[in-house]
Design a binder for this molecule. Structure first.
Ligand SMILES: *Cc1c(COP(=O)(O)O)cnc(C)c1O
Length: 335
């Protein structure tokens, strides 16, 4: 048995999802003629209260399109120092948009108007123009911490006062909403654009959505094309997204419960210390002897358990749709 907890991206579509994909009605989406892609975009926009949405191959592309959309070369964007946009997008902000990132230390991966305020630069010739704030919800490297909508509202108002644009990297927004039980539609009033992943908690093989105003999404389509992200009969993939929103959303709470059970188990092990309570589906911990990390990972691997390293001395486990109670029991036995 292989138990893969390296990420929530490792899931496989189940029979129902595969059937939905095979039966999808498709067309050429570069011409805007794929009915299933159009349906998913319409559904996603409506769900989160935005005017429109764009189906893209990855969360990275959704974020990169948003940065391009909101900035000019030479601008500066404000991100939390552990954010995906800063760490894991291959330097894309500079590569694609010619902007620089100001990484800001948040609290548990989260920013606030107070934390952002000192970094908004005045309008002098020698400063970059501060243009865009990016929030991450949930915050991956902080262990899946999340914003309540009220906390974001404070940043929304701040951005409006400072004439900044606001993008939310909501790769795991579903996980945040599963905990807060807030109305997802409010997100449309909280930020200019938001990216959401279908290929993480929801278990799709491929795909993300970028959400925004009709005008912004029209521009985003052009940027997607220039990045090489114009897909043709993409309805086969979009069908998985529609299926996932209908059938898998309500399973995310189970991922969180298993993460907490795993945490309760791990925290009692003498070898493990500095383990954070998982707020959603991500468990981050260090070993009592940090030098043993690599060996520990190897020992787990030999037992069929895969985890990922966040840093030389820090390990991560992520629960997901293909991690069951049965797997949890087995894992406890093995550890
Ligand atoms: C996974 C992830 C993304 C995008 O990932 P892709 O692999 O490009 O789909 C963006 N932001 C965060 C916080 C993520 O965890």
């Amino acid at each position: 048995m292989i138990i893969d907890l390296r990420s929530d991206t490792v899931t496989f579509p189940d029979d129902g999802m595969l059937r939905a994909m095979m039966q999808a009605k498709v067309g050429d989406d570069v011409f805007g003629e794929d009915p299933t892609v159009n349906e998913l975009q319409h559904m996603g926009a409506g769900y989160f209260g935005f005017e429109d949405a764009l189906f893209v191959p990855s969360g990275t592309m959704a974020n990169q399109i948003a940065i391009k959309l909101h900035t000019e070369p030479g601008d500066e964007i404000l991100c939390e120092e552990n954010s995906h946009i800063y760490h894991y997008e291959t330097g894309g902000a500079s590569f694609n948009s010619g902007v620089q990132i100001k990484p800001i230390r948040g609290q548990d991966g989260l920013l606030s108007a107070e934390l952002l305020e000192p970094f908004v630069l005045p309008n002098y010739d020698w400063y970059p123009r501060t243009r865009l704030v990016c929030l991450e919800n949930t915050a991956n490297r902080a262990g899946g911490t999340f914003y309540a909508q009220d906390q974001i509202r404070g940043i929304t108002d701040f951005c409006e006062r400072k004439k900044l644009r606001l993008h939310i990297d909501g790769a795991r927004i579903w996980n945040a909403l599963a905990e807060t039980s807030e109305n997802p539609k409010h997100y449309g009033t909280l930020c200019h654009t938001m990216s959401v992943c279908l290929s993480k908690g929801l278990g799709c093989p491929v795909g993300s959505l970028l959400l925004g105003s009709a005008d912004d999404i029209k521009k985003a389509r052009r940027i997607r094309k220039v990045l090489g992200g114009g897909m043709r009969q993409a309805g086969y993939l979009a069908a998985a997204g529609i299926y996932a929103i209908r059938h898998n959303l309500n399973k995310i709470k189970e991922d969180h419960r298993r993460a907490k059970e795993l945490y309760e188990f791990l925290k009692k092990k003498v070898e493990i210390k500095e383990i954070k309570i998982p707020r959603t589906n991500i468990i981050i911990f260090k070993l009592a002897d940090p030098a043993r990390c690599e060996k520990f990972m190897m020992e787990l691997r030999q037992k069929g358990i895969l985890v990922s390293a966040m840093a030389q001395d820090t390990l991560r486990m992520v629960t997901h749709l293909n991690f069951s109670d049965h797997h949890l029991d087995y894992l406890k036995k093995m550890i």
